[in-house]
Design a protein around this ligand. Structure first.
Ligand SMILES: [Zn+2]
Length: 479
């Protein structure tokens, strides 16, 4: 009898999972449109959707014409079901962003990093301040936040407590979560390497959509990467993807990691500016932060042979590094991201592609495209905000797919998660007919421009389409 009950429960979970997944990824959809792809009967769809609407997890989203019949009601995941926060602890600043459950950005707060090697508690202070600012700005109560994801420039050792190892910040085994808790943060907090959160954001919403085998790179002052074949590859202690510390010149320039000849020691922004300074026989370039100095170097290239040479060599180093990725991982797509990656790529992408072609094996190179990141400089924070939504890194199997919180809701109908309520921005999320749905481009620009327009289908752009999401991991469902 117990076995029969658990089978019925598992089946119910699976049905909820399948429908929520489809709505989250491809909504708004009508009940009719949900039936075919999920393989569920019209009666089952109607029954399960009714329950999800009662729980506030799904809402109606306008009407769509059917062929000659009555207009059909569209459905989608309720954006006001809860909020998530994404934090990018970068090498120069801290960005805190608040999103609703459809990843519409509601508020942003930026704080400079307190020095190049900041004390962890000073960083925790600024995260707490940023969190308070975005909540106040959007009029959202902390109790409505389902979780906060934090992307950090280092290795994240998942455990209890989570430890952050970030040599570039001077951090070794820092329990940042404990510091946040001691400052009164009570919402669930998740940590991940910033390159991996950027990778997740680009795979779900950006240049990685539609690809399964991809490498998303982050080029800033330092260099990292996220390697995915549907799941991000982590290695035994989650440090995989340290592309910046692969050797491109044996015995070459000293790297911040203590080794020599690393890609980062040539093509990271700090290294590029140092090579430029040396090429100018020690004369400093203009004052300012790395971002403005790299922009000045790029602007100087048309009239300065020295600048042009430094950039040409940078394209060669990046191209050689990308060729290594191609030869090792046989990806279908490589995405160049990070603030420096974007700045360099806009000017040097043809040269980078040419260098990659020269260094990679011909066949795998022919299967790969090399593209620029689409989500801009906010991608790390966007990806971090998906950590509470997507499966946390220490869960199994890791991201690029399921929706953890909604999975909890699947497993715990009418759970303790935030009760549905009318959000202050719900007017901006009002229903819109199918033919008014934004194009992928307009969704992205809406995303970038911090508008609260109808971007609920942003999550419909997940790139990993061949997997079954929302698996309840009960062991019964076909993941
Ligand atoms: Zn290194």
């Amino acid at each position: 009898m117990e076995s029969k009950r658990s089978t019925v429960r598992d089946l119910r979970r699976h049905n909820r999972s399948a429908l929520l997944s489809k709505l989250f990824l491809d909504g708004p959809l009508s009940r009719h449109e949900l039936s075919g792809p999920t393989g569920l009967s019209a009666a089952t769809v109607s029954n399960v959707i009714g329950g999800l609407i009662d729980e506030g997890l799904v809402v109606e989203a306008g009407m769509v014409d059917s062929d000659g019949g009555r207009p059909r009601v569209l459905l989608r995941v309720n954006p006001a079901y809860g909020h998530v926060v994404g934090v990018d602890v970068g090498e120069t600043g801290i960005k805190v962003e608040l999103f609703d459950l459809t990843m519409t950005r509601l508020a942003t707060a930026d704080h400079p990093l307190p020095g190049p090697r900041p004390e962890p508690d000073a960083v925790a202070d600024r995260i707490v301040a940023g969190l308070a600012e975005v909540l106040k700005s959007a009029g959202v109560d902390a109790s409505d936040v389902l979780g906060m994801g934090i992307g950090v420039p280092g290795t994240v050792e998942q455990g209890s407590p989570v430890l952050v190892h970030a040599p570039t910040l001077g951090w070794d085994s820092v329990a940042l979560g404990k510091m946040l808790a001691s400052e009164g943060v009570t919402i669930p907090v998740f940590f991940e390497n910033g390159a991996k959160t950027l990778g997740q954001a680009e795979m779900w919403f950006g240049a990685g959509r539609g690809a399964r085998y991809a490498v998303i790179t982050l080029v800033g002052s330092g260099i990292g990467a996220a390697i995915t074949d549907g799941q991000i590859y982590r290695g035994v202690t989650s440090s995989a993807g340290e592309w910046g510390h692969t050797t491109v010149v044996y015995g070459g320039r000293a790297c911040r990691c203590g080794s020599r000849g690393c890609l980062e020691a040539y093509a990271g922004a700090e290294a590029i500016l140092e090579r430029y300074r040396q090429a100018r026989r020690g004369r400093r370039d203009q004052q300012g932060d790395e971002q403005s100095r790299l922009a000045a170097l790029l602007a100087a290239a048309p009239r300065s042979a020295v600048a042009e040479q430094v950039l040409a060599e940078t394209a060669e180093y990046l191209g050689a590094g990308i060729a290594n990725l191609i030869n090792l991982f046989n990806p279908e797509r490589i995405v160049l991201g990070g603030w420096a990656g974007l700045a360099l790529g806009e000017q040097l992408l043809p040269a980078i592609r040419k260098a990659a072609e020269a260094h990679a094996l011909a066949h795998p190179y022919g299967q790969t495209t090399i593209e620029l990141c689409e989500l801009g400089q906010d991608a790390v924070a966007v990806g971090a905000a998906t950590l509470p939504i997507g499966e946390p890194a220490y869960w199994r199997p890791p991201p690029l797919g399921p929706v953890w919180l909604l999975r909890r809701a699947i497993a715990e109908p009418r759970s303790r998660l935030a009760a549905p309520r009318k959000s202050p921005h719900s007017a901006a999320m009002k229903a819109f007919p199918r033919h008014h749905q934004p194009t992928p481009e307009s969704r992205l620009s809406s995303h970038r421009n911090n508008q609260t327009g109808p971007s609920s289908t942003l999550l419909g752009c997940f790139g990993v389409s061949s997997r079954s999401f929302f698996c309840c991991y009960s062991g019964q469902c076909v993941a």
